[in-house]
Design a protein around this ligand. Structure first.
Ligand code: IMP
Ligand code: MG
Length: 187
């Protein structure tokens, strides 16, 4: 019997267990509570779809009030390779950005292109402030210079799935972060 999911068989190694992820998010929530205690309007901006599990858990652990919104962008053309370009597929449709302290919530930073582009875009659109929060970071893969304000865990250059992260839209619901067996995507 699978421990967590029928899809466990496609996973080579569990990098972060559900319990480890929980304590990472607990720590990040404490940092955000402390840093934004004087903010009048904190907007958590989730990047669809990968951030939804992380953001759902993070917002429940925050003690300060937050609003949420979402954008959808694509940087991955398909599969496991970045296309190097960022397209906005779903934009923010609000006129009150000048009142909002935006905290962008991402699942993982790889090349850094998505978040560096979005930070610039939101600043140009008049956000009061823009910071970034990612559950995972693969710093060895950077193509542009970018450092997040909040980071759950640095991981090696391996393709991971679970906790919102997908391969070909699968595996997002796994409650852990796992390394996908290469034979799954080399099929
Ligand atoms: P960046 O613009 O190259 O930093 O790409 C970040 C995006 O690439 C993330 O939001 C993910 O959607 C995707 N991504 C990067 N690495 C992985 C991975 O190991 N597994 C699943 N998605 C990934
Ligand atoms: Mg993503």
């Amino acid at each position: 019997m699978a421990k967590y999911s029928i899809l466990d068989d496609d996973i080579q190694e569990i990098l972060l267990s559900p319990e480890e992820i929980d304590s990472i998010i607990e720590r990040i929530a404490d940092e955000i509570d402390r840093d934004y205690k004087d903010s009048k309007r904190l907007l958590l901006l989730g990047i669809l779809k990968g951030s939804v599990v992380f953001m759902g858990e993070l917002m429940k652990k925050l003690k300060i009030p937050v609003e949420i919104d979402f954008m959808k962008v694509s940087s991955y053309a398909s599969g496991t390779k970045s296309s190097g370009r960022v397209n906005i597929l779903l934009d923010l449709n609000r006129k009150d950005l000048s009142e909002c302290d935006i905290l962008i919530i991402e699942d993982i930073i790889d090349s850094g292109r998505t978040l560096s582009y979005l930070c610039e875009y939101l600043a140009l659109n008049g956000a009061r402030s823009v910071k970034t929060c990612t559950l995972l970071d693969k710093p060895s893969r950077r193509e542009v210079n970018f450092t997040p304000n909040y980071r759950g865990k640095e991981i090696p250059d391996k393709f991971v799935v679970g906790y919102g992260l997908d391969y070909a839209e699968q595996y997002r619901a796994l409650p852990y972060i796992g390394v996908l067996k290469p034979e799954v995507y080399n099929k």
